[in-house]
Design a binder for this molecule. Sequence first.
Ligand code: 5GP
Ligand code: ZN
Length: 142
Amino acid sequence: MSEDCIFCRIVDGELPARVVYEDDDVLAFLDANPLAPGHTLVVPKDHYETLGDLPADEGEAVFAALHRLTPVVEAAVGADGSNVAFNNGEAAGQEVPHVHGHVIPRFEDDGGRPVHAVAGSRPDLSDDELDAIADDIAADAE
Ligand code: 5GP
Ligand code: ZN
């Protein structure tokens, strides 16, 4: 628990939230400033800032909750699809420094954009650069 973390305070019951799911490791609640009806946040109960900080078992619990909730959220608001995403780190737009997955329901013609729209301009990478990046990731992913 981090005393000055909004999401820790929600997990602790100190701050109100519209909780939609809870298990031993995870809490899910409606976003207070939703991008769409049903916009839901899924957080580990323990305080970690980014996905890389999260222990594997808690990461699995967060993904299991996202997997369970996404179709349920979509059905509840009659969505045609959803974007499921993490703003992972301040550079990626993370404002609350407690890991959270967003489930953002999407509707045909809602005027929104795909996840491809979140990054800056596309890099121009050579085949050699792509090979080197793939090798680096593969080596560290083992
Ligand atoms: P981030 O940019 O960190 O990925 O997103 C933080 C999200 O948390 C935002 O969508 C924001 O609306 C939501 N949020 C911020 N404060 C609160 C709060 O006190 N309660 C709830 N339910 N959501 C919050
Ligand atoms: Zn926290």
